[in-house]
Design a protein around this ligand. Structure first.
Ligand SMILES: [Zn+2]
Ligand SMILES: [Zn+2]
Ligand SMILES: [Zn+2]
Length: 204
């Protein structure tokens, strides 16, 4: 059960990366609109980006809740993905099936709270703060945990303050975090961008 659940969390993290990049941001096509298999979700997501850039990481769509079409789009999309994934995984592994449901609920909890409480986001999911506020929005695709951004080389950190304690994105005892950071530096290094503004200035 627990092995399946853990495997499910890894699959869900991979899905976050792929869906965010290819469905929510879409693919650039020369001389045409960006391509997404779900254009409505892409439209909603780009509007989320515009809102967040204007309001120092806030998204008032989450204050309005389900009455807001973007919030509704996110909830419905997550419900569809969770239902399909848990149904597909169920005959293979009950743990994976459960992880699909948990991951969808957790995604909504984390993403919503992050855009209601930017200071919390800076501490808990700095990679998503980087995703929105970095000069390069074409990176940092994971939302709940940065795992696949490290694996695929798309964790781009803008400042020391926005570097997570370790690549798991879970606060660990210092020695363990250090060990993981050494491993990641050797095999899955994060990239850095130069940035002049401090977090404090941007959150304020
Ligand atoms: Zn995005
Ligand atoms: Zn606000
Ligand atoms: Zn966001």
């Amino acid at each position: 059960m627990w092995k399946g659940f853990l495997a499910g969390l890894v699959v869900a993290n991979c899905f976050e990366w792929v869906a965010h990049k290819y469905i929510l941001h879409g693919t650039h096509r020369a001389g045409q609109r960006r391509y997404s298999p779900v254009p409505e979700s892409m439209k909603s997501h780009w509007e989320h980006h515009r809102e967040v850039r204007k309001t120092s990481f806030h998204d008032h769509g989450y204050v309005e809740g389900i009455r807001n079409w973007r919030t509704k789009n996110e909830i419905v999309s997550l419900a569809v993905v969770a239902t399909v994934a848990s149904g597909v995984f169920y005959p293979i592994s009950k743990g994976m099936s459960l992880a699909a449901l948990y991951s969808a609920a957790n995604y909504y909890y984390i993403h919503r709270r992050a855009h209601l409480e930017p200071e919390w986001a800076v501490k808990k999911i700095p990679w998503h703060y980087d995703h929105h506020m970095n000069s390069n929005q074409d990176a940092n695709w994971c939302v709940t945990k940065p795992w696949f951004d490290y694996i695929l080389g798309t964790r781009v950190i803008s400042s020391q303050e926005l570097q997570e304690q370790n690549p798991l994105g879970i606060t660990l005892p210092h020695v363990m975090a250090q060990g993981l950071n050494h491993l990641s530096a050797a095999y899955f290094p994060a990239k850095w961008v130069e940035k002049k503004v401090t977090v404090a200035e941007r959150v304020a």
